[in-house]
Design a protein around this ligand. Sequence first.
Ligand SMILES: [Zn+2]
Length: 179
Amino acid sequence: MATPVGHALAGLVLYRSLERGEAGFIGRKGLFFVAMANLPDLDYVPGLLTGHAHAFHRGFTHTLLFACLASGLSALLGPLLGWNRARAAWLGGICCLSHLLIDLLTADWKAPYGVPLFWPFSKESFLVPVALFLPPSKASLPDLFQAWNVLVVFMECAVLSPFLVLVEWKRRKKGGTSE
Ligand SMILES: [Zn+2]
């Protein structure tokens, strides 16, 4: 389960690869990408409020069913951002799926392990055997500021930033509108 920084970077990579209509590096649509890429971790909020951050984590919001619902939510919001509903559904869904993919690629050292992708049809949780990301320490709010998490964020940036650089390079090569 990566940090919001890692998920935001993934959302940014998707935004800069799939959208060309906004001036500047990131606009309202870019913020939508970043928010949707982080959406599944909303399940931390009730736990953080009750002092047990993981109490509700890795449940319903980390399933393909939730990704479908996020896609539906995006379809509703799409016209507000200038997309038709079908494109908004696709973009919101792909952002949510990026979250699940990154979590699948994150080492998990505490039970319950993995991502319950197919819940409620299967209770099995999944993890890719070779992790690319380290698990952050985030049992409580103060935990977020531990030195360990600096290393975790550094690793996320080291893995994901090259994708952003590649996307920017391709945009500039094609003469994108925001340069
Ligand atoms: Zn997550």
